[in-house]
Write a protein that binds this ligand. Structure first.
Ligand SMILES: Nc1ncnc2c1ncn2[C@@H]1O[C@H](COP(=O)(O)OP(=O)(O)OP(=O)(O)O)[C@@H](O)[C@H]1O
Ligand SMILES: [Mg+2]
Length: 300
């Protein structure tokens, strides 16, 4: 359904934009219909940058993103609107997605003016009520409130309901539940699991491995802007091949920290070749180590 092909993002950094930072480097993977794909990596590995390119909030430096075979970078006007009907994002910090001086109803008003301008107001409000109930909210308790009068979990659900009003096919969920307290987390996770049952595809961006495992069919492990391992979640989690994945899995409690020191004795060989090391090696390729399980190794 959505395909990332050799996607690269270079940011200009430093004074007078003199520096270059390759935040995403030649990343390719597919998000299949009705599947949850977890994009997992430490802080700064390029996860949000990928999410933002998918949502067209950032331009692509090189490579392509295709939805059902079609390159999305040139979409404009009505076509872009159509794209946003199919692909929507929900981000980490629900508070930052709202303007504090407006009631939350404005989220729905904006949506109506762009996508449903011709719909009769009472029909529209019926639709809003239906999706709010679907995400477990009581419309009478939500509408008419200001963001500060609602909890993080409620605001998060409103954003999900917004995506549902558009009947999206793909939801980009960037650290969606990291900010929520434990009990709300489970509710929102269950909501995502329900939506998945209804056929929604989700790109689940997280640095929390257990969340990635809980929800997804497919996992993509990102390290310094490179995909180092990917495939069926159970295969990647129970038979990790790349030293970075092994390291991630063995240091779950400290996952949000950066590690600069990766010991070389972690590095095993695959098919006679060393695993790709983004710090040392210039080039790599993905090899299939078992069905539906790929690992980055040094290019011959
Ligand atoms: N607009 C920008 N300009 C310059 N550099 C940027 C910009 N946005 C992100 N970066 C850099 O790109 C790299 C990847 O950032 P990104 O936000 O994608 O990481 P992330 O994996 O989402 O991390 P986190 O888990 O902390 O959210 C980081 O080094 C970051 O500093
Ligand atoms: Mg991020």
């Amino acid at each position: 359904m959505l395909e990332l092909i050799n996607l690269t993002k270079v940011f200009k950094t430093g004074m007078f934009s003199s520096g270059r930072l390759k935040a995403v480097n030649n990343v390719s993977f597919k998000i299949e219909e009705g599947e949850v794909t977890s994009l997992i990596g430490e802080s700064g590995s390029g996860k949000s940058t990928i999410g933002k390119m998918i949502l067209r909030l950032l331009t692509i430096t090189q490579g392509e993103i295709r939805l059902d075979g079609r390159d999305i970078s040139g979409l404009k006007g009505a076509e872009l609107r159509d794209y946003y009907r199919k692909v929507q994002g929900v981000f980490q910090d629900p508070f930052s997605s709202y303007n504090p001086i407006f009631k939350v109803d404005r989220v729905f008003e904006n949506l109506r003016s762009v996508f449903f301008a011709k719909m009769h107001y009472s029909d529209w409000m019926d639709k809003v009520h239906t999706v709010l109930k679907l995400v477990g909210l009581d419309p009478d308790q939500i509408l008419g409130k200001y963001p500060h009068q609602l909890s993080g979990g409620q605001l998060q659900r409103i954003l999900i309901s917004r995506a549902l009003l558009l009947d999206v096919n793909l939801l980009v969920a960037d650290e969606l539940i990291s900010m929520l307290d434990a009990s709300t987390r489970i509710d929102v996770l269950n909501l995502l699991a329900d939506l998945k049952k209804k056929g929604l595809s989700i790109l689940f961006i997280t640095h929390d491995l257990s969340l990635g495992y809980y929800l997804s069919e497919r996992a993509v492990i990102l390290f310094k802007g490179h995909v180092v391992e990917m495939g069926r979640t159970d295969k990647v989690f129970f038979n990790p091949q790349h030293y970075y994945t092994c390291k991630l899995l063995s240091s779950v409690p400290r996952l949000d920290k950066k590690w600069e020191d990766i010991e070389s004795d972690h590095k095993k060989k695959i098919d006679g070749r060393k695993c790709f090391d983004p710090i040392m090696d210039a080039e790599h390729e993905m090899v299939e180590v078992e069905e539906d399980h790929y690992v980055a190794v040094q290019r011959r």
